[in-house]
Ligand binder design. Structure first.
Ligand code: DX5
Ligand code: ZN
Length: 224
């Protein structure tokens, strides 16, 4: 397998300058980003409140990149259709936020999107075992969801390895997205553990700028 091809960088616009969101998205697109990661928070599942359906609809015409919407909201099943209609291409939600993980995954696919399921740091991976065929990507949180700029939790490397083993055991084409604290000094061990889609907010929207930051992330990923 050509691991280079499989490494995808998904900058999180949570750390972008919201007053100039269209320009920020254009900047990551020309810097070679693969997906745009959109963090939706409701002030209930997580303490923070961010952006929602109208913002997804507004940024859709600004980019050709996939829009990867990460729902950190209670009862995500209530909003799948609306996010899909607003332009999401990928939708992930948290197992901890719904009683109905399987039917919500099906709803995401039925809405024409890639289905993702996200696990908080303390959530065991066993919940995935019987529903793998309905999953396009698994999001391993390497921080507690809610805020950008937190420190990567190194204990999650074992969890990522275990998810990679689970997917390989079933020979399924499921991506492993890793979200939280991904920077040039943390991405390498995560590549080695088996992650292949990397969300990075404060690691991309910083004083160095997206072009240099994304280049440095890819370089660090490659050296593993
Ligand atoms: C956290 C969000 C992340 C966040 C990552 O709840 O899901 O996507 O934006 O930010 P950094 O890369 O700064 O940890
Ligand atoms: Zn996220």
């Amino acid at each position: 397998m050509d691991i280079d091809k499989k490494i995808l960088i998904a900058p999180s616009i949570l750390s972008a300058d919201m007053a100039h969101l269209a320009d920020e998205i254009k900047a990551i697109e020309s810097a070679g980003a693969d997906w745009v990661h959109v963090d939706v928070m409701d002030g209930r599942f997580v303490p923070n409140i961010t952006i929602g359906i109208p913002v997804v609809a507004s940024i859709k015409p600004c980019t050709k990149l996939p829009l990867d919407v990460h729902l950190m909201i209670l009862e995500p099943e209530r909003y799948i259709q609306q996010f899909a209609e607003a332009g999401a291409t990928h939708i992930s939600f948290h197992t901890e936020a719904t009683q109905h993980v399987y039917s919500t995954l099906k709803a995401v696919r039925n809405a024409g999107c890639k289905s993702g399921v996200a696990l908080c740091p303390a959530t065991p991976i066993q919940i995935l075992e019987n529903i793998l065929e309905t999953i396009d990507f698994i999001v391993i949180m390497t921080v507690e969801p809610g805020f950008g700029g937190q420190k990567f939790i190194p204990e999650m490397l074992q969890k990522i390895k275990a998810v990679r083993r689970l997917i390989e055991k079933h020979s399924l084409p499921v991506d492993i997205q890793v979200d939280g604290g991904i920077k040039k000094d943390t991405i390498g061990p995560v590549v080695r553990a088996g992650g292949n889609v990397f969300v990075s907010g404060s690691g991309v929207f910083n004083s160095v700028g997206p072009t240099e930051s994304i280049r440095a992330l890819r370089e660090a990923a490659k050296s593993y």
